[in-house]
Design a protein around this ligand. Structure first.
Ligand code: TYD
Length: 220
């Protein structure tokens, strides 16, 4: 089973991934938790390029690099894990590409769909949790995490390359996530990122437990 978490930077995905992993291990499931971009050496190298490069990267190159990183991770770790009935939890997957490169960078959505299918070897998440947060709040969290003064227009801020894309970019990314939610309400579940992490975790379990129980019945 593949479970993915999505949302803007600073929406609290990583905390939810950790909480869910801990819960599932306690329940005796085999679990693998990973993040995109990254997870295997080549994908980590690509991550470094994407997030830390001081050079300009055009939107198509960015799309292809995120996708290249994904294909490495999927082929090397995720397909074998899923074949071994491991529950895989992913912090970001192809919905990030639709939201960030499609709606944020305004690339052609049909092209993105095709590239997503290729890079993910047609693997689809069984369930996706989308943590909704306003871009203003997500950026505020990032600034306070790094103890930075609140200013969105300073090029010298120690933010990564994506985080420097500005508020309008993040507004479009959020709109993209809302579109994905509308298009696939069966798969994608919206959570309120401003709730307490422990309460968000409860909301996650409420949705997930029936699905896990159903999958146990079909496996055994
Ligand atoms: P990361 O530090 O993992 O951010 P976060 O903690 O918010 O998940 O950086 C990943 C960045 O890459 C984030 O800004 C989202 C972006 N991204 C894309 O633009 N497209 C993609 O396909 C993926 C996977 C990530």
């Amino acid at each position: 089973m593949l479970i993915t978490f999505e949302g803007l930077d600073g929406s609290g995905k990583s905390t939810q991934v950790k909480l869910l992993k801990k819960h599932l291990i306690k329940e005796n499931f085999d679990v693998l938790a990973l993040r995109e971009p990254g997870g295997v050496p080549i994908a980590e190298d690509i991550r470094e390029l994407l997030l830390e490069s001081k050079n300009d990267i055009n939107a198509i190159t960015e799309l292809l690099l995120f996708s290249a990183s994904r294909s490495e991770l999927i082929k090397t770790l995720i397909i074998p894990a899923l074949e071994a009935q491991t529950i895989v939890i992913l912090d970001r997957f192809y919905d990030s590409t639709v939201a960030y490169q499609g709606y944020g960078r305004k690339l052609n959505l049909d092209h993105i769909d095709l590239i997503n299918k290729i890079a993910s070897f047609n693997i689809k998440p069984d369930i996706t949790f989308y943590l909704d947060i306003l871009p203003e709040d997500s950026l505020l969290r990032k600034f306070s995490e790094k103890s930075l003064p609140l200013s969105f227009n300073d090029n010298n801020l120690p933010l990564d390359r994506m985080e420097k894309s500005g508020l309008d970019f993040y507004r479009n990314v959020r709109m993209g996530y809302k579109e994905i939610l509308n298009n696939e309400p069966e798969r994608v579940h919206e959570l309120d990122a401003l709730k307490k992490p422990s309460n968000i975790h409860k909301d996650v379990l409420k949705k997930l437990i029936p699905i896990l129980n159903a999958s146990k019945k079909t496996t055994f």
